[in-house]
Write a protein that binds this ligand. Structure first.
Ligand SMILES: [Zn+2]
Length: 480
């Protein structure tokens, strides 16, 4: 998509590293992808000089048309987006590819070719290297998700194995991926034309209630931890579970302080609103939401309420990385999910769990109630809202690709980010706004967290606190 406007204004791109990088991107795509993009690889050179000569005229004419029609011509918007993505890495906050490897091929990396077309395998994926390149992705937090069913002894083993998957992916595709541990790493890797690969842990149960395990996970490369997944941890409440800590417990607060001391980002996607507020009370560094949207736009508990957005914009200013998960994006899809669940509950009551009548009844209900789809435009509505309430300095992107069955219409896979940015151009976002949204906000948050860590490490040693010492009875109930 983006490579279709493979030429900037003459003299701006020239023979710089960006030019080489974009050629490199074309190089990683197969012939059919190139054809999809609307041009023939063999004729690229001929088209190039002609297009360059015409470029100034196109931009000028486009600008004039935009001024009169109030809309930026598609080619001009596309060109602006391309230049933004060259100047700043687009950093996505959450992608579940590592889990896809575990779930499908038991982490045998040789059984899914990540440099090939993973949309063309029996259970199609949203992510592969050619599509990351087409999408202009410059940095990716790979989620090392650990299911809540693993909570208890053994959860840490799962998360270490998933971290190992990211390290092995990076080793396997060194021309395209490189491990990033700091903000500066991301910038430099992007300049080398590779995808900066970061590690984000999803689900605080993976530390097995141990700050020692948490520190070892940092040393293994993890740079954020989502405090909970769908269920409470022993020390923090999730948004989709019944509260048992009323936010963060004493140990939970110590986890946040220790993450700040190490420089691991605190991710408060998935947690309850009370846990969000408790975390903001304790946090000394900016927090992130790696994949959440705005509750005022879609009333799902996984989304961020306005009173939290009001706090996020104050120092230490965090970032909300807007997610594409359909029931979090679209009120229509959310309501539909609620109705479908209610029907399933009703039929289960009537016919019993797992009965053929239940499945037949659900099939009949779904035939009468076709599922609505979330859209790219609705995702842009969330970005608008978070910008309006918290400011443009607090918005980012966290798609959750390969953690969802399907993306919104128009955002079906990782190649589609430029289309979202083009929509934002049409809504009046400046290039500076887009740079902040794509990467500058996350880079700022990471740099601040790194600086806070240096300060805290000079002020205090690693915490020796133990779960049972801080959480007493709760620890006893959880088995220590
Ligand atoms: Zn998630």
């Amino acid at each position: 998509m983006l490579e279709d406007s493979g030429y900037g204004p003459a003299g701006v791109i020239g023979d710089s590293w960006e030019d080489a990088r974009w050629k490199g991107r074309i190089g990683v795509m197969d012939q059919s992808s190139i054809r999809c993009l609307g041009f023939d690889k063999g004729r690229l050179g001929e088209k190039r000089s002609f297009r360059r000569a015409c470029w100034g005229l196109v931009v000028w004419a486009g600008g004039m048309m935009a001024a009169s029609a109030g809309e930026v011509p598609h080619g001009v918007a596309e060109s602006r987006v391309r230049q933004v993505l060259q100047s700043v890495p687009l950093i996505d906050g959450h992608n579940d590819t590592p889990w896809a490897y575990r779930d499908r091929v038991r982490n045998h990396l040789d059984q899914i070719d990540f440099a090939g077309d993973t949309a063309d395998i029996p259970w199609p994926m949203h992510t592969d290297i050619p599509r990351l390149r087409m999408g202009g992705v410059g940095g990716q937090f790979w989620s090392v998700y650990t299911p809540v069913s693993t909570a208890g002894p053994g959860a840490a083993r799962v998360v270490f194995e998933q971290i190992d998957v990211v390290h092995r992916l990076v080793e396997r595709y060194p021309e395209h991926l490189q491990l990033a541990l700091t903000a500066q790493d991301i910038v430099e890797i992007h300049q080398r034309g590779k995808v900066a690969s970061l590690i984000g842990m999803e689900g605080g149960h993976c530390i097995e209630n141990s700050l020692g395990v948490l520190r070892q996970l940092y040393r293994a490369g993890a740079r954020y931890m989502t405090i909970t997944h769908s269920k409470n941890t022993d020390w923090a409440d999730a948004s989709t579970d019944d509260p048992h800590c009323q936010g963060l417990s004493a140990f939970g607060k110590e986890v946040i302080r220790e993450m700040n001391r190490m420089g691991m980002l605190v991710d408060i996607s998935h947690v309850s609103a009370k846990t969000m507020h408790d975390t903001l009370d304790v946090a000394e560094a900016p927090v992130i939401f790696s994949h959440s949207s705005a509750r005022a736009v879609c009333d799902h508990v996984r989304n961020v309420p306005d009173d939290v957005l009001e706090r996020i914009k104050k120092a230490p200013r965090g970032v909300v990385m807007v997610t594409f998960v359909p029931p979090f994006v679209s009120e229509k899809v959310r309501s539909y999910s609620v109705e479908r669940s209610a029907e399933r509950d009703r039929l289960t009551e009537l016919h019993g769990k797992g009965s053929p009548e239940l499945e037949e009844g659900m099939a009949a209900w779904q035939a009468q109630h076709p599922a609505p789809r979330a859209t790219l435009s609705e995702v842009a509505d969330h970005i608008d809202h978070i910008r309006d309430v918290a400011g443009i300095d607090c918005v980012g992107i966290g798609g959750d690709f390969d953690g969802i069955r399907e993306g919104p219409e128009g955002l079906e896979d990782v190649s589609k980010y430029p289309d979202l940015l083009i929509e934002l151009v049409q809504r009046g976002y400046s290039d500076e706004d887009l740079r902040k949204l794509c990467g500058d906000n996350v880079l700022r948050v990471m740099r601040e967290a790194e600086a806070v860590a240096l300060r805290l490490q000079a002020e205090r040693p690693a915490s020796g606190a133990l779960f049972d010492e801080l959480d007493g009875e709760r620890a006893e109930a959880a088995g220590g």
